[in-house]
Write a protein that binds this ligand. Structure first.
Ligand code: SAM
Length: 276
């Protein structure tokens, strides 16, 4: 405990908070995350007018669920971008969408963005579909996009992005799928409702049982499980596997691997798996 801190912060405080986060989200906070937790949780202490971490822990004990949600939101990393790992979207286009179109595009198509953050991932999937599926608006296509965090889902629902956020959207897609909104002397980009309509946003904790039935042609679960402990990852991928048929796709984050986590999926490309 350092005397220079604004709030007293002990090992017991860190341990109590990380065990709460692990139970609620499956996110494992290693010892190296001690300062990160301090930095993020002090914002909650200030917002609540509390003077110590022990007072915050006491409040969490009596909480009706709202502060647990705020804690989860403070702790989770929401970094994302349009067309992040471009090769995933190219693979989706070439190996799932084009063959589906060539086969007549009559079957239903279901894609899930699990841990969608502020929407860039599901909307990148939607733009990929719009680019290669003729008459996509009249087809049985749904992108389900879920996240544990209500605040990012609201952002995704609004679907208004800054110039910096749309930097990786190709100019033709920007023109086709976004409306420019002058705002605060700058400009914002709002996704057009036709494209947004492909995406259904829902709050969902990946630690829980899944309410959907599948089958899911593709799951994007990128840069989410990396924060989970191994056991939570195992259970989550087992639930994914139950929603997919042999050959269905699973895309994971650039530094993630299913090696020794599950045998249900076979690696078929850079961070791309198929259900066995
Ligand atoms: C780093 S972002 C990844 C966003 C996007 N998938 C990408 O790769 O760009 C991680 C997201 O996972 C969400 N998340 C963390 N734990 C979760 C859980 N237990 N269930 C559902 N979502 C979770 C966070 O709220 C955050 O929005």
């Amino acid at each position: 405990m350092s005397s220079r801190r604004e709030f007293a912060y002990t090992d017991a405080d860190f341990d109590a908070l990380r065990s709460r986060v692990l139970d609620d989200t499956g996110i494992r906070l290693g010892d190296s995350k001690r300062e990160l937790v301090y930095g993020r949780v002090t914002r909650r202490l200030r917002a609540l007018g509390l003077d110590s971490f022990s007072a915050y822990r006491a409040l969490l004990e009596q909480d009706d669920g709202r502060e647990r949600e705020a804690l989860r939101s403070a702790i989770t990393t929401k970094l994302t971008a349009f067309n992040r790992e471009r090769h995933h979207f190219d693979y989706l286009r070439d190996q799932l969408l084009r063959p589906w179109v060539e086969a007549g595009a009559r079957e239903r198509l279901r894609i899930w963005s699990a841990g969608c953050a502020s929407g860039e991932e599901p909307y990148s999937i939607a733009m990929t579909i719009a680019a290669c599926v003729p008459h996509w608006q009249g087809r049985d296509i749904r992108i389900l996009a879920t996240d544990i965090d209500a605040a990012v889902l609201e952002y995704a629902q609004a679907a208004v992005y800054t110039q910096a956020q749309v930097a990786r959207v190709p100019p033709a897609d920007l023109e086709r799928h976004f409306t420019r909104l002058p705002q605060d002397g700058g400009v914002r980009y709002r996704l057009r409702p036709q494209l947004a309509a492909l995406v259904t946003l829902r709050q969902l904790n990946l630690v829980d049982e899944l309410p959907m039935h599948g089958p899911l042609d593709a799951i994007f679960c990128r840069n989410v499980a990396i924060y989970f402990d191994r056991e939570t990852q195992r259970r989550m991928y087992a639930r994914f596997a139950r929603l997919q048929r042999p050959g269905d796709l699973l895309f994971v984050g650039h530094s993630e691997s299913l090696y020794r986590v599950t045998d249900d999926y076979a690696l078929i490309g850079k961070t791309i798996y198929r259900r066995r």
